[in-house]
Design a protein around this ligand. Structure first.
Ligand code: ADP
Ligand code: MG
Length: 451
């Protein structure tokens, strides 16, 4: 169970970034992971109040962060101490092979049933990677080996790995398949070292080198782990030489994984390296429509378009927004979700986008507008071509962001807060008299809002 605790700690790290420190300390941190049952994570809260609070205010963040770290987990349940005993009594023994390792052994299925090829929407951004994944699933070990898939967060890498797993499970039940996150592979390796020091036999090599298909998700986390890289290199060679299929995912191409050994980099390059890009608007709409259909969500098409317009880089977040709208509509007793509910449900999200606009965004836009560098705008130059944009960006920052003047001073190369006040007041006067300044301020602001 130590392993589940370690994985839970990774979930906590993510949640900590998403909620206020008070909520985190008061509610989230008190949760204890009990077990994974089927595809459900069971969490124990210290009291009924805590449970109510968590369900009411934090279920979405919990769901999202759990999904991020534990792709095999579909949902979670919170039980409170009054329910613990009856829960334990009713609890059937879990399939420890599958659960404990978070990976499938032979025919045990730990792949998320929702992540199949059928449910993957293909568009311009992912057609090649989809074709490559399908081809590998149909001809493991012979077509593209290794297959290296890379792309940003929430773009479908894990989905495709599971799709290959699900496909093989159905069509090639004879094969030994293993899916492991890089973290899992590393922990397994570390555990094997510890065990062998203690004279125990840990079947790490046996486990990994006897496979027909090995998938490692998020390999970028291997970058600073020399020992794990070494072990992976040997595992890789062993499997590769025996024509076993290796599939790897990463958030960046091999050449950008810092401190990745050259010999590993060249091994990766010997197969197919395929990127997965952000989906275009039509694909985003299709993904949301499919999701709504799949989950039986009753939503107006305007809501889908609205969400697809709001987010263009992360499909997981986009799905999260859709879920939020549906959740909110159900809460207020609506059968279907229309724009009115969407606007209400996503108000915070939209506001928080505004809040997350950083001073850097404003500086970047101003620099772009005036075609000057960031160094110049925050530097010491006193010529008008630089001073005007500098004062304008300071003015916009004071207008759009709720930052202390001293902080703005710091951002602008350690200037005093009185300088910031001077810049702000000067531009707010100039706007009234100079059309040139007024237009610049309006244009830059709209550039920032479009980010
Ligand atoms: P990654 O591993 O790249 O961070 P995931 O595979 O976890 O991303 O995908 C995030 C979510 O988006 C999942 O729910 C997945 O099903 C969904 N998703 C991503 N791409 C697609 C797609 N092309 N069609 C349908 N759903 C998708
Ligand atoms: Mg992933």
């Amino acid at each position: 169970m130590q392993e589940l605790k370690d994985i839970w700690n990774l979930v906590l790290n993510l949640i900590e970034k998403e909620v206020t420190a008070v909520s985190f300390d008061l509610w989230i941190k008190t949760l204890e992971p009990l077990e994974i049952k089927g595809d459900k994570l069971i969490l124990l809260s210290p009291s009924t109040t805590a449970k109510t609070q968590l369900i009411k205010y934090h279920s979405i963040v919990l769901k999202t962060c759990i999904a991020e770290v534990m792709p095999n987990v579909e949902s979670f349940d919170i039980i409170d101490p009054t329910e613990k005993e009856s829960y334990l009594k009713a609890s059937e023994p879990v399939n420890s092979n599958c659960i404990e390792n978070n990976i499938p052994q032979n025919n045990v299925n730990c792949f998320n049933a929702k992540y199949t090829f059928d449910k993957f929407v293909v568009g311009k951004s992912n057609q090649f990677v989809y074709a490559a994944a399908r081809s590998v699933a149909e001809h493991p070990g012979t077509k593209y080996n290794p297959l290296f898939i890379y792309g940003g967060v929430g773009l479908g890498k894990t989905h495709l790995l599971h799709a290959i797993g699900n496909f093989l499970k159905t069509n090639r039940p004879d094969l030994k398949i293993m899916y492991a996150t890089c973290e899992k592979f590393t922990n397994d390796y570390i555990e094997s070292l510890r065990a062998s020091k203690e004279g125990a036999n840990h079947n790490f090599r046996e486990k990994y080198r006897k496979l027909d298909v090995l998938m490692i998700d998020d390999i970028q986390f291997i970058s600073n782990k020399t020992g794990t890289q070494e072990e992976f290199f040997h595992t890789f060679n062993d499997l590769y030489q025996n024509n076993k299929q290796i599939i790897i995912s990463s958030d960046r191409p091999p050449k950008e994984i810092a401190t990745l050994e050259d010999r590993l980099r060249s091994r990766f390059a010997s197969g197919l390296i395929q990127d997965i890009q952000s989906p275009d608007f039509e694909t985003r709409v299709a993904i949301l429509q499919k999701k709504a259909l799949q989950e039986n969500y009753n939503v107006d098409s305007a809501v889908i378009t609205f969400i697809a317009e709001k987010l263009d880089t992360n499909i997981r977040e986009m799905e999260g927004l859709l879920q939020r709208v549906v959740f909110y509509s159900n809460l207020i007793g609506k059968q279907s979700a229309s724009m009115a509910e969407a606007e209400e449900a996503l108000k915070d999200q939209i506001d928080s986008k505004k809040a997350s606009l950083s001073a850097k965004n404003i500086i970047d836009c101003t620099c772009k507008y005036y075609n000057i560098s960031e160094q110049e705008i925050i530097g010491k130059k006193k010529n008008k071509e630089i001073v005007d944009p500098r004062q304008i960006s300071i003015y916009i920052i004071t207008e759009m962001l709720d930052l202390p003047l001293a902080t703005i001073g710091q951002i602008f190369g350690g200037r005093d807060h009185t300088t910031i006040i001077h810049s702000r007041d000067k531009i707010s006067e100039l706007i009234k008299t100079s059309p040139r300044i007024k237009i610049a301020v309006t244009d830059i602001k709209s550039m920032v809002l479009k980010l």
